[in-house]
Design a protein around this ligand. Sequence first.
Ligand code: ARG
Length: 455
Amino acid sequence: MWGGRFSTGPDAIMEAINASIEFDKRLAPEDIESSLAHAEMLAETGIINLPDANAIKQGLEEILAELEAGDLEFSTALEDIHMNIESRLKDKIGEPAGRLHTARSRNDQVATDFRLWVRGQIDLIDQNLVNLIRALLDQAQSGISWIMPGFTHLQTAQPITWGHHMMAYVEMFTRDRSRFKDARARMNECPLGSAALAGTSFPIDRNYTSSKLKFARPTANSLDAVSDRDFALEFLASSSICAMHLSRLAEELVIWSSAQFKFIELSDRFSTGSSIMPQKKNPDAAELVRAKIGRILGANIGLMTVMKGLPLAYSKDMQEDKEQVFDAADSLRLALCAMEGMIKDLTANKESLEKAAKSGFATATDLADWLVRVLNLPFREAHHITGELVRLAEQLECDLSDLELKDMQKVHADITEDVFTVLSIENSVKSRSSYGGTCPEEVQFQIDRWKKELE
Ligand code: ARG
């Protein structure tokens, strides 16, 4: 491509370090799409003539068909996807192919292709997230009043409902959707026409290409447009947060499916067996989803490190932006699908959830609140008295609700029979009716709200 200036070809090592075709071939559809828009604009503005533009269009469409049929061959000597496509176009249509690169550079070309690609991934991920949220909503609905222990420090804290727990993740994944949406809106500007770095002297129409490629507007500074990758970083940051949420849910699935907890059973479709221990059913999919954050966050840190300290405008360092983003997007989408499958298929064990909620003095806070409300004690004193009652129950190896009234009265004489109404986990859950609380009516309200939102 630059034979005019060079007398020998590159060293094999030079070619190996320089070529990106092995991975950026994934940008082929976007590269063709942006070239089609560019060629059309060049004809529209009279920069190239219509017959040339038509030849280019026809040639690019044939290349797209070859790509889709798996017949398009790539060459390392041609370095990257942009030169591979241009060279194939030349094979097909000859001289007019050389006019396609008028008023553009690979710098604005790759920035455009990559934005198109990331934007497309965001749309796919959004659908994956919606599917997962729907599965969580279904789980929440079917166990809306099932009682389970809520934890802090993974110690039994207060009784909550299965529906409430599921809905916590609906909130998280919905925020993930909105983060991707925000990132999408910011990246949705078209770099094409920024050329190498300074813009071009040709009378191009940047609005034309921008709207053709469904961008909101052209980028406003050509240096910025060819040299920032913050759109990819925002994508990776949003992906990392989403992967972190997935990782927490996955961890809960791992814990809950253990023989010690038995809160849920994962389906056979999303579990594996052990080659040596016949009794085992392992939550491998959940473990792998838990782990995906490693490579996704790694990509985020990796690209941030590549970008830091780069002077404006384009530097070849930036070719290192793609592989990690590709891998992160693939990993996130797979993890979201696996999580959706696990959530859809799993069976929650109502009895085990309830049994666990009844152990560990989960209603101790309700008892303390009763002492405040009925006996008008200061909360700190109520806390102390409840602590003594918990210790008593521990000594007698029973639950708070199994204590006898006369034993309770030894700790505080004014306690009455009425206290037992708050010691049941059912009443405890029912009483948590503040907005966003765990009582089934509140949870139902949230389920309905999100269902409507998704319609
Ligand atoms: N393959 C290159 C990349 O991904 C395309 C841009 C090359 N630009 C250049 N000035 N060498 O970054």
